[in-house]
Design a protein around this ligand. Structure first.
Ligand code: GDP
Ligand code: IMO
Ligand code: MG
Length: 421
């Protein structure tokens, strides 16, 4: 069976911590989409680690970590990350496996990402500039190079051909930066990548399934950043939702078990695009400060606001969420009053649906107010100790979504997770 953990909002819901927590119950942890645009924070031996491409099960000895074909892989970031992980005594030659069909992010993809963003001016996506969009474009455009191609003697010729094509595009953008150093790093990192376990991914994962192994698929980004269902064009370039697991790993839909959706107790977004419940005031600033809401990949301040049940309901629907984990409940500790968005006003009408083109329709959030819990919750270990006001908040969300919150996270630490169901 393949269970899935994914983000229900605009990313950074705390997926890394939750995957790390649940990983002990699985044999394989697999990334199925996205690339180094992800930044998943874990605490290992009280040290903070941010993973971008390696699955968040990597700190559990004996667990296989798998990078599936749906991922776009930057060898340079991977090499750096492998060095960090190895410094904890983890042997990646034993427990990291990469699908041959995984597409490679080239230095010119990063350059194209940057050039495209500059050309968009104030309509920029706010991309992480990791080359994600251009690499997925080359995938669907049937141009790109894959990890398996590395073992082909024609790799360099294929690289030069693609690089020349990219150069013409870069010239069009009038992109002048010298990327020689990026290319040197890239070729060095390719030699490193070749030493890792490169496998026929779909057979690899299906053989694990046949052997009765338990697999956990780790989502990156969030449902509202999905290429098809997110706030297009302010999205990432992959299917971040549960359906992405099937084509991102090569597993058939009947193997999907639980879909565990992660949401913050409030909401954040980094980068441009619509965000109906955003608070551009002192309350938003307080959420950012208390929640330490700064991007794990880019360091950018995250935009903050109240929890949006219209968007969450939409995310539960398209993902088939069976269980919810609510993170960062402790961040709301000091707020006397909380607000929950229960509907949008769109074109003068009240609606519980996410409209097409949120950016143009500009939904106005309608709120229900709740009393805050006004107490420190980060030391709490059991459901019985939770303040009654938090239980009311949680029950309302459960009822609205028709899916229950099973765990509440009350701090960044590995042990700060309370089972409530
Ligand atoms: P991801 O991309 O979904 O894995 O999330 P990020 O790692 O980008 O961002 C989540 C941030 O919140 C990280 O700094 C985590 O250490 C932190 N975090 C996770 N869960 C909690 C929580 O329950 N409370 C608090 N205060 N911080 C948390
Ligand atoms: P994790 O896995 C939050 C956002 C970017 C930008 C848009 C497109 O840590 O939750 P891209 O680089 O993909 O072309 O950027 O998506 N974005 C994320 N926001 N968390 C992430 O990953 C993100 N990955 C991309 O800020 O708005
Ligand atoms: Mg993140």
């Amino acid at each position: 069976m393949v269970d899935v953990i994914l983000g229900l909002q605009w990313g950074d819901e705390g997926k890394g911590k939750i995957v790390d927590f649940f990983a002990k119950d699985y044999d394989v942890v697999a990334r199925f989409q996205g690339g180094p645009n992800a930044g998943h924070t874990l605490y290992v031996q009280d040290k903070k680690v941010v993973l971008h491409q390696i699955p968040s099960g990597v700190f559990h000895p004996g667990i296989i970590n798998f990078i599936g074909n749906g991922v776009v892989l930057d060898p340079v970031t991977l090499k750096k990350e492998c060095d960090t992980v190895a410094s904890f005594g983890i042997d990646l030659k034993k427990n990291l496996f990469i699908a041959e069909r995984t597409h490679l992010i080239l230095p010119t993809h990063r350059a194209l990402d940057k050039a495209a963003e500059i050309s968009k001016g104030n309509q920029k996506i706010g991309s992480t500039l990791k080359g994600i969009g251009p690499t997925y474009m080359d995938k669907t455009g049937r141009n790109s190079l894959r990890v398996g191609d590395l073992l082909d003697k024609n790799f360099t010729t294929q690289y030069i051909k693609l690089r020349m094509k990219h150069q013409r595009l870069l010239d069009n953008y009038n992109f002048q930066e010298d990327i020689t150093a990026w290319e040197e790093e890239f070729f060095e990192a390719l030699e490193f990548l070749k030493q890792l376990n490169i496998v026929n991914g779909e057979y690899f994962i299906n053989n694990q399934l046949k052997a009765g192994k338990r697999i956990l698929a780790e989502g990156a980004q969030g449902s509202m950043l999905d290429i098809d269902f997110g706030t297009f064009p302010y999205v990432t370039s992959s299917n971040t939702i549960s359906a992405g697991v099937c084509n991102g790993l090569g597993v058939a839909p009947q193997h999907i078990g639980d879909v565990i959706g992660v949401t913050k107790a409030y909401c954040t977004r980094v980068g441009s695009g619509p965000f109906p419940t955003e608070l551009e005031d002192a309350t938003g600033e307080e959420l950012r400060k208390t929640g330490n809401e700064f991007g794990a990949t880019t360091g950018r301040p995250r935009r903050c606001g109240w929890i949006d049940l219209v968007a969450l309901n939409f995310a539960c629907m398209i993902n088939g969420v069976t269980k919810i984990v609510m993170t960062k409940a402790d961040v709301l500790d000091a707020f006397a009053e909380l607000e929950v968005c229960t509907a949008y006003q769109v074109d003068g009408k009240e609606s519980r649906e996410v409209p097409f083109q949120m950016g143009h329709r500009k939904p106005v959030p309608l709120y229900k107010k709740f009393a805050g819990w006004n107490t420190t919750t980060s030391q709490i270990k059991t459901v019985d100790e939770l303040p009654a006001t938090m239980k009311t908040y949680v029950s309302f969300i459960n009822e609205y979504l028709g899916v229950d919150i099973h765990y509440i996270s009350n701090g960044p630490g590995r042990d700060q997770l309370i089972q409530v169901k």
